[in-house]
Design a protein around this ligand. Sequence first.
Ligand SMILES: [Zn+2]
Ligand SMILES: [Zn+2]
Length: 329
Amino acid sequence: MPDLADDNPPAFDPDALYSSGRDWAPEYVHKCGVCNSTEDVLPVTEWSRGLCRKCLPKALEHRIFLDMRRREMLHVRDRVGICVSGGKDSAALLACLANLRRRRLFTAVAIYIDMGIPGYSAACRDAVTELCRRYAVRLVVEDAAAHDVAPQETGHWNVCAACGGIRRALFPRIARRENLDVIATGHTLEDMFQIMLKQILSGRTFAPKAVLPAGEYDPKKIKPLYFIPERLTAAYTQIEGLEFEPSKCPHFPPDTHRFKDVFAHLERLAPMSKIQFLTNLGHMMKSQPVAERPYECLDCGERAQKSLCPLCTMRRLQHGEDLPTDDPS
Ligand SMILES: [Zn+2]
Ligand SMILES: [Zn+2]
């Protein structure tokens, strides 16, 4: 965690950020595309340019601003809930959006869901609290325990699926309670690529989209980092000295990100191919259709596909309670 009292600039190490080596990158990306400097330059083959330590933060914020404007992610006076996890990508998202409030009039609120994972969640919560204080963004913390659910193996959910299910269930409820128009998440280019590759490998044809319009019961969902390589969020986090929790969740399966090596190799063989692949796949694949929710959950009243919403199904299973036998679905 960076010490805010320390006046020394945080370390910026382009070599460490380029784990696959950067000798292969074309010559023109070793020079900053903004100021022409050759000092402390991070090659960004995805954008056919290099960015130096001094120019990178503003260039990244500007790119996110342009992406958000082109895709109409935010409108003036929107109230945006930024989902923060304590990790570097959502830290970069929060800092960029907080800085972009000067260029576009919107209100930002950070949302952290505390899963109560021993030795991990408290550290993430501390990092998020510090980050929000620094950027003057109000933080809403929701404890999973307050809903009587925990990230643990339950029915057909493994630990990570249970955690994801709890988040997906709570974000729209928090958005309604806090009167938010939009929910923003910190998924990056590599996350999107990985989701699409898994979809294709399992024979499905749905692609995650950068913008999901608001539904009858859900707020609009946006992914401002959809086209941003992770290396840039990592560099931004280093340069700005953002608070984040560097350790991984103890439940995180070690092979989850194995596909990311494929993308690094692809970029190496053909610079810019990651962005082209993502753009073209995004056009070829369909949006996931919105499932109808004709019922009101018996326990909480939330709109649901069955007589119980996923959150209440999980709660009942975790507490050894019966599920309705005459489910209408
Ligand atoms: Zn520069
Ligand atoms: Zn429910």
